[in-house]
Design a protein around this ligand. Structure first.
Ligand code: SF4
Length: 79
């Protein structure tokens, strides 16, 4: 699907679905170093530690933000 953006910091991948975003600004207020609505790309996945990212993603009221972690990949250890 095109309407899905992913931002990986190598540990956790932030998934953003623009169509679901209601621009509440909850994420930008919570982690302004990560969620920057005025910039492109607007998400800086390196702006906060992974646990803070995951916590903030959980606070998104619309479900536009979600994440998956990358350390469940089994044998792929390089890259
Ligand atoms: S918290 Fe969710 S709905 Fe609100 S601006 Fe961020 S991504 Fe969009």
């Amino acid at each position: 699907m095109e309407d899905l953006k992913e931002y990986s910091n190598g540990d956790v991948t932030i998934v953003w679905q623009p169509k679901l975003c209601i621009h509440s600004g909850v994420c930008a207020r919570g982690l302004p170093n990560v969620f920057k609505p005025k910039e492109k790309p607007w998400i800086d996945q390196f702006g906060a530690p992974s646990d803070a990212l995951m916590k903030q993603i959980g606070a998104c009221p619309s479900g536009a933000l979600s994440f998956y972690t990358n350390n469940t990949k089994g044998s792929t250890t390089h890259g």
